[in-house]
Design a protein. Structure first.
Length: 340
């Protein structure tokens, strides 16, 4: 088990709630795959989506066929400005590669070798127990049902608004969201963030990473129909032993920044480091919007959350080798206290 290193990191900047981009309708759209002005923006703009684009011109956003588009597929590629997330954020990772490299922005931190995500059926178990949280600011994060009307997510998702302490009020939870549809929808009537969590410390240091969790209370027990993830005490000796052996692999599902309204998932990714502050490092492919998403296993008795996605740390060379998650050692007791 390691002692958490301190120092500046990019947790909040990489995985904070990210609003969808908006724009005016295009003047015309050719009936050709992915020629829509708003293609690859994470929102379906064909008929059943926003309706801004002609059918067949925003195919990837609407159907999520295969992995995201490759280098230079951004409509603003090679214009001398980096438009990937660390730049203007107009385009998704890997789509404005040349401009970003010229600007000294390395997007290779996003995935581990290549993108291993899949697009599961969000109406089926366990994926329907995962949902998109909509905030007052228009941003979103991922959460998961841990009781009939209780949702687990990341604490940092609650900040970035104009309320007291910068609170961004969570409004709704869309379980199994799939574009304009969802399996169930519930309002959020209350939420709890550990008092030890400080958004500025979280952004600038690693001192409060183990407190980057939050619990939301819904206005309807939708989990009675959809099911929920179990949260139990995590045996530290077992966790450390499995990670040291290289035998702990988890599943993950969330609303990544390049899909936003559509669920993406990792079916088997390794946990590679255990820290003594209730956090772990893992190598699931995640993006902004995945904050708060569950890392879970099927242990034979159902689906059990081991951790929730938080952020990414740079190594000594400034590259982003591992993603960080808050594990159940940090929040399992609170999950029992707030269960309903």
């Amino acid at each position: 088990m390691g002692t958490r290193k301190t120092g500046a990191h990019a947790l909040a900047t990489l995985l904070l709630a990210a609003p969808l981009l908006a724009g005016s309708p295009p003047e015309s759209a050719r009936a050709q795959t992915d020629t829509c002005e708003y293609r690859y923006d994470g929102e379906c703009d064909e008929g059943y989506g926003t309706g801004l684009c002609a059918e067949g011109t925003d195919s990837w956003d609407c159907r999520r066929a295969g992995t995201p588009p490759g280098p230079e597929s951004c409509i603003y590629s090679r214009d001398g400005e980096c438009d990937e997330p660390a730049g203007t954020g107009v385009c998704i990772p890997y789509t404005d590669t040349a401009d970003c490299r010229a600007a000294g922005i390395d997007q290779s931190r996003v995935f581990f070798g290549h993108d291993d995500r899949v697009w599961p059926d969000s109406t089926e178990l366990p994926w329907r127990m995962i949902g998109r949280i909509a905030f007052e600011s228009g941003g979103s994060c991922t959460g998961s049902l841990i009781g009939p009307s209780t949702v687990l997510t990341a604490a940092h998702c609650m900040f970035g608004g104009e309320g007291p302490r910068g609170i961004d009020r969570p409004l709704t939870f869309l379980a199994g969201a799939d574009g304009p549809k969802s399996v169930a929808k519930a309002g959020i009537i209350d939420f709890y963030v550990p008092p030890q969590f400080d958004i500025q410390l979280h952004t600038e240091t690693s001192e409060v990473d183990g407190y980057d969790w939050a619990i939301l209370v819904l206005d309807a027990p939708i989990g009675q129909r959809l099911g929920w993830f179990r949260v139990e005490a995590l045996d530290e000796a077992w966790l450390t032993r499995e990670v040291d052996r290289g035998t702990l692999f988890v599943k993950q599902g969330g609303y990544s920044g390049d899909s936003m309204a559509f669920l993406s998932a990792n079916l088997s990714c390794p946990v590679v480091q255990v820290w003594d502050d209730g956090t772990i490092y893992h190598q699931c492919d995640t993006l902004p919007g995945d904050s708060g998403s569950p890392l879970f296993i099927d242990d034979g008795d159902g689906y059990r959350i081991l951790a929730l996605e938080s952020a990414t740390y740079p190594n000594a060379e400034g590259r982003y080798d591992d993603n960080m998650a808050v594990d159940a050692r940090a929040f399992w007791q609170a999950a029992q206290n707030f269960w309903q």
